[in-house]
Design a protein around this ligand. Structure first.
Ligand code: HT7
Ligand code: ZN
Length: 876
């Protein structure tokens, strides 16, 4: 694959006016007839040919204005169709017939079959696997779709837009026609055919239009789509209330399929979902599953405006729809649930996924400048950092101007294929603020590091806050410009109240936001009559790493008094990390592990504080992860030492808080009826956190085993099983619970994914053997992405001691898996492979083994473009 550059963008030579597609569906020989009406763009020379994209296509016929085309006028290969001698200005019609094999489509891009259901995935470049087409997001057109298929096997024939009608079609076949009046790019095209059950509802929009809502799932699973339907209606309402956005077709459909490369897809009017993000009931779904479903249903629905009505000019602008839509779904979930707890979860995720990406060989700007394989740029940087960049715009502008900017964006660019510049310009125009330096967030990769120091002058009653910023070098970007970093802050007095001080020099402060814009800046505040405690980056207003050596007393003060709950949690984390890194080095040397007493007391005080919501207290009790600790150590990391150290700290907390954990476990066990809302989830999270500590202090599987037996919902059941398997892997209780789980849920693949995941994340060397055994189980299917991710994916991404076992055997196993999966599904293989992105941080022995495994992959004989791109960048 060649490299594509942002700087090379130019519009197409031909304008596509209309698209008419007819599908004659067949499992192995589907016929696709595409009637395309084009005209040459003004100013394009008559000698310029029409070049259409294809991928692995077979053309069976080509007509020009309904007449068979002279073969001398075109060249068709599997990957492109070039047509010459076309009219200089008047419109013309091309009719292309291709034949494709949905059954053999294991890549899950284009038209494929999943469990007997025909479905499509066209983003980013899947449409060209269906027919030859100008397959790029800036080609917007109006589509009419005809679907012909066997009636018994496919009573359901769906596509985008509004249903036009249907009828019998002889020989046991029938057809349906759909029309989508909204011009759209090919990546938003969708088709579904098959036999599915449906849940139906309606939504009345703010202007009073009735919209039919349908969620299609496998027969018998309809009751499990109720929560998704509820989430959809809440999303529609929220987008009207918060962003003023109304839905624009008569029908909105969601189809759940079991083989899907990602979470879901926002095709116009016909979203297609990984069934994992649709199906839920208390018996089979955890609280996390419910939260994910709510967020993803919302995300895909919100794309209707941010992505579909306003799409991207080219794939470099991917964050324009993804970063913005993640921001919107984050805000939605924050409004539906606890804002603080949601923010903590977002920041944990950003730090554990995006920060490593930004600090390693795969680092790239939120808007990349080049790519070899666009599928590899659906990254946490584009999505989550992209969302944080949008959030910073909101912080800099304030709620009112941010809203004005969004409104202007919708008004100015509705129907456009837009760019990041267009987006930023709307906020500049709406607020009168200059965002040119801020825009570096889109073009400079790497997480900024900010070093902070304070000095207090009692005589002058001033506080000086000195900040230095440094953006690390990243691939292709050796030097960086200073960024505009909006840091929300508070000065906390002795009694915990907030001090209002005046910034007298050093830089811009608006409200409670300090605008760092130079490499080095000292802000001076006057009227500070006693030394305050500085709480910086409240609510995680900027996605940066702070280096701020605050004393444990100051951190404890923040943990006790901050009005911003996120910052209270952050203070606990900042207290815990030094203990955890020290514990890792003590463990490596075989020394005893000491835990800072102020950490213990702050943590236990928060856990006991009945005035705080349980979900927040559970977050406080969840220490930084092993990968968080590895990142804090930074280099030469030893996953075994980190694990041992962290376990020792957990044991110390468990011992110090035993009485309290017993009380918490009891109080929150009182059986109230299960509700999947945030409040119920919070109670379960706190109780299960307590159960984890109690199991540690008692060093016995008895409690977890009892909790497993009593559990009346999947959250409690899976938590109990996790404690058993992770802390007591060899106990008879664990074996019994695992067997029970398998037997109870043996026919539900999505639930068994939890069983795979829990076992794949058992710490220690022995897990590799377990994985290899589980892969032989009848429940495993190497062709299903959810199964692969649950077993191999979680092992590689979330089992530091198992995956990084000293002898390097897990890396070699992983390499062979990547190569095998690559044969079938390159996108899945490439994503798995990113689990090795931080290999250079490991101690030398493990790093060497990891490099060997990467070299084995690199020397694979038939590597896909997807895996080739990732392995080359990781090894560079
Ligand atoms: N916009 C969707 C991205 C997506 C995707 C991309 C590449 C290959 C397969 C895919 N499935 C879905 C999902 C979203 O962000 O909403
Ligand atoms: Zn998206």
């Amino acid at each position: 694959g060649r490299t594509i550059h942002l700087a090379d963008y130019r519009p197409t030579d031909f304008v596509l006016e209309r698209v008419d597609l007819t599908f004659e569906l067949d499992p192995t020989e589907t016929k696709v007839e595409a009637r395309l009406i084009f005209h040459r763009r003004e100013g394009v020379a008559p000698s310029v040919p029409l070049v259409l994209d294809g991928d692995d296509l077979t053309m069976t016929s080509l007509l020009f204005d309904q007449i068979e085309m002279d073969p001398a006028r075109y060249t068709a290969t599997a990957d492109s169709l070039t047509i010459r001698d076309l009219p200089a200005s008047e419109p013309f019609e091309i009719t292309i017939t291709t034949q494709i094999n949905p059954e053999a489509n294991t890549q899950l891009m284009g038209l494929y079959r999943s469990n007997g259901i025909y479905c499509t995935q066209c983003e980013a470049e899947g449409f060209r696997r269906i027919t030859y087409f100008p397959d790029r997001p800036d080609v917007l057109s109006v589509y009419t779709i005809n679907i012909i298929a066997d009636k018994d096997a496919n009573p359901l024939l769906l596509s985008n837009g509004n249903y036009l009608g249907g009828a019998g079609y002889g020989e046991g076949k029938h057809f349906a026609a759909w029309f989508d009046p909204h011009p759209k790019p090919s990546y938003l095209f969708a088709l579904v055919a098959g036999d599915l059950g449906v849940v139906e509802d309606t939504f009345t929009t703010m202007s009073g239009r009735d919209v039919t809502l349908k969620i299609y799932v496998e027969h018998g699973k309809e009751p499990r789509a109720a929560y998704a339907m509820d989430a959809l209606k809440r999303s529609m309402k929220w987008d009207e209330e918060v962003f003023g956005r109304e839905y624009d077709l008569d029908i909105f459909m969601i189809v759940a399929v079991s083989d899907f490369n990602m979470g879901a897809m926002e095709n116009k009017g016909l979203n297609i979902f990984n069934d994992k993000y649709v199906l839920a009931d208390p018996e089979t779904a955890t609280d996390q599953d419910y939260a994910n479903i709510e967020a993803i249903i919302a995300h895909e629905y919100f794309h209707n405006w941010t992505g579909n009505r306003i799409t991207c000019r080219d794939w470099f602008q991917l964050c324009l729809k993804e970063g913005l839509t993640v921001y919107r779904d984050h805000e939605f979930s924050a409004d539906m649930r606890s804002r603080a707890v949601k923010r903590i979860a977002e920041v944990r995720h950003l730090r554990s996924e995006q920060f490593p990406e930004d600090a390693g060989p795969l680092a790239h700007p939120v808007r990349p400048n080049t790519y070899r394989e666009i599928n590899n740029f659906y990254t946490t940087t584009v999505y989550e950092k992209g969302s944080e960049v949008t959030r910073m715009i909101a912080t800099i502008l304030g709620a009112e101007d941010f809203k004005k900017g969004m409104d202007l964006y919708f008004e100015r660019h509705d129907g456009d294929a837009a760019t990041v510049e267009d987006f930023v310009k709307c906020f500049e125009d709406a607020s009168g603020k200059d965002l040119s330096q801020f825009a570096l967030w889109y073009s400079q990769a790497g997480t900024p590091h900010i070093t902070v120091s304070t000095s207090y002058d009692a005589n002058a009653a001033t506080l000086s806050l000195s900040l230095d910023q440094m953006v690390p070098a990243t691939p292709g970007q050796a030097t960086k410009e200073p960024m505009h970093v909006p840091l929300s802050f508070a000065l906390l007095c002795h009694d915990g109240s907030e001090l209002t001080a005046t910034a007298i020099s050093g830089g811009t402060v608006t409200g409670n936001v300090l605008h760092l814009s130079e490499r080095s800046q000292t802000f001076v505040f006057s009227g500070v009559t006693s030394r305050p405690v500085v709480s910086l980056n409240r609510g995680f207003s900027a996605p940066v790493v702070l280096h701020f050596n605050q004393s444990n007393e100051d951190l404890a003060h923040i943990a006790r008094h901050e009005g911003d709950l996120f910052s209270r949690w952050q203070a606990i984390t900042d207290m815990a990390l030094p203990s955890l890194t020290a514990a890792a080095s003590a463990a490596a040397k075989g020394d005893a592990v000491a835990v800072e007493p102020s950490l213990l007391s702050s943590l236990l005080a928060i856990a006991a504080n009945e005035a705080l919501e349980p979900a927040f207290r559970a977050q406080a009790l969840t220490l930084p992860s092993e990968s968080d600790i590895a990142r804090a150590i930074g280099k030469d990391t030893d996953p075994d030492a980190i694990h041992a150290g962290r376990q020792a700290v957990l044991a110390a907390i468990a011992k110090a808080g035993e009485a309290q954990f017993e009380a918490l476990f009891k109080t929150h066990s009182s059986s109230t009826a299960f509700t999947p809302d945030a409040e119920g989830a919070g109670r379960r999270a706190l109780r299960n956190a307590a159960l984890g500590y109690l199991s540690l202090s008692k060093n016995s599987p008895a409690l977890a085993s009892e909790a497993y037996a009593k559990a009346d919902n999947m959250t409690d059941l899976a938590q109990a099983l996790t404690i058993l398997a992770h802390r007591f892997p060899d106990s008879s209780e664990t074996a019994a619970a695992l067997a029970n789980f398998e037997q109870r849920f043996g026919s539900n693949a999505l639930v068994l994914d939890k069983w795979f995941t829990i076992q794949a994340t058992i710490p220690g060397e022995a897990t590799l053997d377990r994985i290899q055994t589980l892969m032989k189980s009848t429940h495993y299917a190497a062709s299903n992405p959810n199964r692969v991710r649950a077993l191999v994916g979680t092992f590689a991404f979330s089992n530091p001691t198992g995956f990084n076992r000293r002898d390097g055997k897990a890396y070699h196993f992983f390499a062979s898996q990547v190569l095998e999966i690559d044969q079938r599904n390159p996108q899945l293989a490439a994503r798995l492979l990113t689990a090795l992105r931080s290999w250079q941080m490991l101690e030398p022995n493990r790093a060497n083994s990891a490099r060997e495994a990467l070299q084995i992959i690199s020397s694979g004989s038939e590597l896909s473009n997807d895996v080739r791109d990732i392995v080359d960048r990781i090894l560079k």
